[in-house]
Design a protein around this ligand. Sequence first.
Ligand SMILES: Nc1nc2c(ncn2[C@@H]2O[C@H](COP(=O)(O)OP(=O)(O)O)[C@@H](O)[C@H]2O)c(=O)[nH]1
Ligand SMILES: [Mg+2]
Length: 378
Amino acid sequence: MAVAKRVLRCHNCGAILQTDSKKLPGFISRNIVENGVPKIPYCNSCYEKMLELNGSNLDHETDKDILKILKDAVATDALIVWIVDLFSFNGTLNPDVAKKIKKLDIVVLGSKRDLFPSNVTDEMLIRYLDERFSEVGINPISIRLIGNNDNEDINSNLKKINEERRGRDVYLIGDLNSGKTTFINRLLKNYVNKTKWQIKTELYPGTASNVLEIPLSNSSFFYELPDLSDSTSVLSKVEKSVQSVITPKKEVNMTRKFIAGGSAILVGNLACFYLVKGKYTSVRCFTSEKAELKVTSIEKVDDMLESIRKRKNLKPASDRFVSFRDYDMFEYDLESDDLRHDIAVEGLGWFSLRGRGQKIRILLPKGVAVKECLSKVR
Ligand SMILES: Nc1nc2c(ncn2[C@@H]2O[C@H](COP(=O)(O)OP(=O)(O)O)[C@@H](O)[C@H]2O)c(=O)[nH]1
Ligand SMILES: [Mg+2]
């Protein structure tokens, strides 16, 4: 009697996978097949198309008005306060803005400090911010952390900014939801206007953007600029209901998963961390408290993504990602340095693991920024 053998098909085109002829449909290189099972469930031709589709550059939209306003900041040698949401920030900074202002004095404020557990020290977070800013050529004159719950903070921050500005104007910049309005509202609680000017929101000359103007003296002002675009954040790609699932309201959640090569960790249908190659690895996943994670084998990922979209059986589940064309995939070969690395997805969270030469892939909504660097929490 003949022995039955399972026939495998390409998960994209459906062709029967075969290793014999490059000319025939479904060809897959022999080195991708291990014990009769392909490590990638696509034929070479589909896989190459996917790589091509996913090779497009990130679209960092920069509001022209913001660059125009910052031109004045440069001309007047103003102080820049750049506020960064410590959770959503994945280490990528808007390159146009960074280029424009890098010669100015820049104060970095890391907001939402209260979302991190107390065993995460200020030093860790400050070092992380410092490293990311220096990558785009910015050497901040100071980096401070702010959170929701300490009133002390704001007064000392105000005092410091007042010293740092040395009589100059101050321009506050940051992404949507980074905490600009919250910061200003707290600042205004202790504000006394001793100048001849009023606080006002006005169209900035030569632009179509409103700028909040708070007089600091008769000849200097604090300007709040419009939100920097968040077009590279997961938040900009998903429905409102999904945004509320991925935005932490409480302490950032750390889930530890111990996985072998060939396994993958899904965060709803918004991200998937594939351990393509490598020994058993402990992966720390940092997400909002409402996000749910699931470990599966790499071959099952596509089916799971579809099932999560249809059945909403793992949160966050978005209706917007229907096929692999709606996702990007990136690959990293980690060093064997035994140091802790993060692979961070803007707006969603990050995966943290020790570098032991693993091959990692990460799947995420198309156009979302991802970055690998030494860990935020070391
Ligand atoms: N936990 C926490 N939430 C904050 C903090 N600062 C702002 N938020 C929240 O983050 C969201 C966006 O803040 P907002 O000030 O409107 O950001 P903006 O878009 O930069 O003006 C709001 O829901 C705020 O309540 C903070 O320090 N800690
Ligand atoms: Mg605001």
